[in-house]
Design a protein around this ligand. Structure first.
Ligand code: AP5
Ligand code: ZN
Length: 207
């Protein structure tokens, strides 16, 4: 299946996309991870870092190119972090069709807490949370022993700006897929296991 997962910063897209890719043997296409791996790449617009550390969107042509190459190589995928505005929606709809669009609904008041408490494994990329999903040993990944770090954009100030940018640009993307009828709303405030059960059922119903 070709799955798109939408949701505000911190809604749990990455957490759920990891489970989904494992359960259905899909590619995880994530513009956030792809950009973080190339933060200092020179483009005609500057480096991704200049935008990301401020919580702003990286210019569309840079992101569109990443997604197009990844989708060309994938059979089934979970797309996470893209599209983030209406122009990216148009680009995506020209290059592929989607089977289902999931929207993780989480109240804004929860998001800041989730973002500022997130810790990420520097080796395998798994996300933890200091309160909601702490590792057995502080600062160390349960799965691979890698060191955990905090993302540069997970400060409270940048997290707030990311949520503002989401409301300004990306909320319209959710509305777009609501209008096309593809959107399945998932209650993202449940525990991760229950969120995943709902997601699994939605994907199975649409493929
Ligand atoms: P990106 O990496 O995509 O960040 P984001 O959209 O802000 O999403 P996050 O990764 O922060 O959150 P998530 O929803 O994946 O949550 P997670 O599962 O980790 O983008 C970063 C930047 O790159 C952008 O700001 C922009 O600059 C640039 N960029 C990326 N794509 C772009 C594009 N298309 N166009 C232009 N620019 C682009 O969970 C968060 C935390 O909550 C974790 O600690 C987790 O453990 C915890 N958690 C998860 N689920 C639950 C739960 N059910 N209950 C309790 N805690 C939970
Ligand atoms: Zn790890």
């Amino acid at each position: 299946p070709r799955v798109l997962i939408l949701g505000a910063p911190g809604a749990g897209k990455g957490t759920q996309a990891d489970r989904l890719t494992a359960a259905f043997d899909l590619e995880h296409i994530t513009t956030g991870d792809a950009l973080r791996a190339n933060k200092d790449m020179e483009t005609e617009y500057g480096t991704p870092r200049e935008f990301m550390d401020a919580g702003e969107l990286v210019p569309d042509p840079v992101v569109n190119e990443i997604v197009e190459a990844a989708i060309d190589d994938a059979d089934g995928f979970v797309l996470d972090g893209y599209p983030r505005n209406e122009s990216q929606v148009e680009y995506l709809e020209d290059i592929t069709e989607l089977d289902v669009v999931l929207y993780l609904d989480v109240a804004e008041s929860e998001l800041i807490d989730r973002l500022t408490g997130r810790r990420v494994c520097s080796e395998c990329g798994r996300s933890y949370h200091v309160k909601y999903d702490p590792p057995a040993k502080e600062g160390v990944c349960d799965e691979c022993g890698g060191e955990l770090y905090q993302r540069d954009d997970d400060t409270e100030e940048t997290a707030r700006e990311r949520i503002r940018v989401y409301e300004e640009n990306t909320a319209a993307v959710v509305e777009h897929f609501r209008e096309t009828g593809a959107l399945v709303e998932i209650d993202g405030e449940q525990d991760p296991e229950s969120v995943f059960e709902d997601i699994e059922a939605a994907v199975e119903a649409h493929t």
